[in-house]
Design a protein around this ligand. Structure first.
Ligand SMILES: Nc1ncnc2c1ncn2[C@@H]1O[C@H](COP(=O)(O)OP(=O)(O)OP(=O)(O)O)[C@@H](O)[C@H]1O
Ligand SMILES: [Mg+2]
Length: 148
C-alpha cells in the first residue's frame, strides 16, 4: 500500500516550520494550516478528508503541547496513518530575529513568541507518534535528527 503519513509540525512562531514544509514536504503532503484555513471547522473538514482518502498530510500549526497535538494524533492512528512529529527546540531570540524580517500577516507580535516558548512541550512517543524528528537550522538549511 502507498505511504500514508500524518505529519505534525511543532515549534514556536518563527521556528521555520512553514519553510521546512515548503522545502521538504511539498508537494507530496496535503498542507493543512489553521492560519490559512482560518477556522477550526474548515481545518477539521480538510483533516477528515485526508484521513478518509488516505492522503498524507502535514499540520502546520505551532502545536506546542500534547493537548494541541491530541486534536490530530489519535484520529490519524485510528485511520491507519503513520504519525510523525517534526519539532524545533524553542529559541526565542532567534525566532524574534526571524520574525522581525517578516511582513504582513506572517509577522506575529513578539510576546506571542515568548508566551508560546514558556508553554512549549516537546513531542513524546507516549502521545502516539511513530517517529519524532528534531529539526534545527544549520546555516541556510535544515538538519533533521531522528529520536529513538
Ligand atoms: N533554514 C532557514 N534559514 C534561514 N532562514 C529561515 C530558515 N527557515 C526559515 N527561515 C526564515 O525565518 C522566518 C520564519 O520562518 P517560517 O515562516 O517558516 O516560520 P514558522 O515556524 O512557520 O512561523 P509561524 O509559526 O509564525 O508560521 C521566515 O522569514 C523564513 O524565511
Ligand atoms: Mg508558518
Amino acid at each position: 500500500m502507498a505511504k500514508f503519513e500524518m505529519v505534525v509540525m511543532c515549534g514556536i512562531p518563527g521556528s521555520g516550520k512553514t519553510t521546512f514544509c515548503r522545502e521538504r514536504l511539498f508537494p507530496q503532503y496535503l498542507y493543512i494550516s489553521l492560519d490559512q484555513l482560518r477556522t477550526r471547522s474548515a481545518e477539521a473538514e480538510l483533516f477528515a478528508f485526508a484521513l478518509r482518502r488516505r492522503k498524507s498530510c502535514v499540520i502546520d500549526n505551532t502545536n506546542i503541547n500534547g493537548r494541541e497535538r491530541a486534536r490530530y494524533v489519535p484520529a490519524a492512528k485510528k485511520a491507519g496513518a503513520s504519525v510523525v512529529a517534526y519539532w524545533f527546540e524553542p529559541d526565542v531570540q532567534a525566532c524574534k530575529g526571524r520574525n522581525a524580517g517578516r511582513t504582513g500577516r506572517e509577522r506575529v507580535p513578539d510576546f506571542v513568541i515568548g508566551d508560546k516558548a514558556a508553554r512549549f512541550a516537546a513531542p513524546n512517543k507516549a502521545e502516539g507518534f511513530d517517529y519524532i524528528r528534531k529539526v534545527s537550522i544549520d546555516g541556510d538549511s535544515f538538519k533533521v535528527e531522528e529520536e529513538l
